[in-house]
Design a protein around this ligand. Sequence first.
Ligand SMILES: Nc1ncnc2c1ncn2[C@@H]1O[C@H](COP(=O)(O)OP(=O)(O)O)[C@@H](O)[C@H]1O
Ligand SMILES: [Mg+2]
Length: 373
Amino acid sequence: MNPFSYGTVVKEPYFFDRKEETERIVTTLTGGNNLVLYAPRRYGKTSLVMKVIESLNSLGFACIYFDFMTVYSRESFIQVFSKAIFKQQGYTEKVMQSIAKLVKGIRPKLTFDQNGTPEFSLDFLETKISDKTLDSVIDLPDKLFPGKKRLIIIMDEFQDIDKLNGENFEKLLRSKIQHHSNVNYLFLGSRTHILQDMFNNKNRAFYNSASAMNLGALPKAETINFLIERFSLSNIKLEEDTASYLIEQSGNIPYYIQFLASEVWQYTINQKKIVDKEIIRLSSDKIIDLKSDYYIELFDHLTPYQKKLLKALAVSGKNVFSAEYALTFRLSAGSTTQKALSGLINSGIIEKNENDYSFDDPFFKQFILRLTA
Ligand SMILES: Nc1ncnc2c1ncn2[C@@H]1O[C@H](COP(=O)(O)OP(=O)(O)O)[C@@H](O)[C@H]1O
Ligand SMILES: [Mg+2]
């Protein structure tokens, strides 16, 4: 079996490191503070949070986890949120009755499929979800655990709350949760610039409502050890500097490291017993081939100037606004570049870091470099 895993939440043995981060998150939350954890997509936020939940559970905290990615309306929020509560509390008649009693505008239903697995659904009793119903849904966890157990609520991909902003959802949520004295909140998100604005901008509802933590890449030495060890299980040899090369080709992003390693393993397992750089290059090519339809489409949708800028960014993401950069890559005035760059960031293609700009997907970057070559 392939010793690498990517695409979903990973657990041991596919998960390594993050001990300090786990500890810091747990300490912050158990100390009674809210926390916002940022990192670009595919850095391992959700996997880390599953570890955090295990830890919190063992300390006697109850955790409710849900993902804003699937939320696009008040209805869907209520659905996703109450389902998460059921999951934590158990799918019982009793929980259902308390929910029905506490929230007037909804009627929760529990059915059982052929295997006896409970399935949860909701009927809405209002044509348009009222603020009152929404209020009482948000207050549910606080009410369901009166003073007993401390509770942690985890909202993944929290920046997606933006999708509901027309409805003033953000304000409403903030005004409610500040009164939840036995609940602490952990917010996770991958669109750093959106989240930072939500939590650092004085005019936004969530201003100053949580401590912030940034999740970085996995440490290099540990990643190298992980790769060497996982390959060695199949008697495949990987030298340290080849492992380094693999990490570099994956943009040092946890997901892409395991993706590429997994392709390399497939290539190697039936042929050689040692990984070299050539195999890593061939495996990268394979990944780019696999995704090329998608990449072509992504590229086609850009404006001509964005295409030009993207090609420049594939070569270098540093000093993008310098005169030298403009000259080297034949770019126009800074404001034109700024506008195109914002577009690339908003569509999730480019990430803004402290001092430079990088590709969200290192293989898309390689694809672009090949267009230019
Ligand atoms: N601590 C880790 N150790 C090993 N691989 C990891 C780790 N964290 C993340 N990954 C890799 O990254 C992929 C994406 O992780 P995920 O938790 O879904 O990230 P995010 O929630 O930030 O998008 C995982 O499927 C796995 O391949
Ligand atoms: Mg995630």
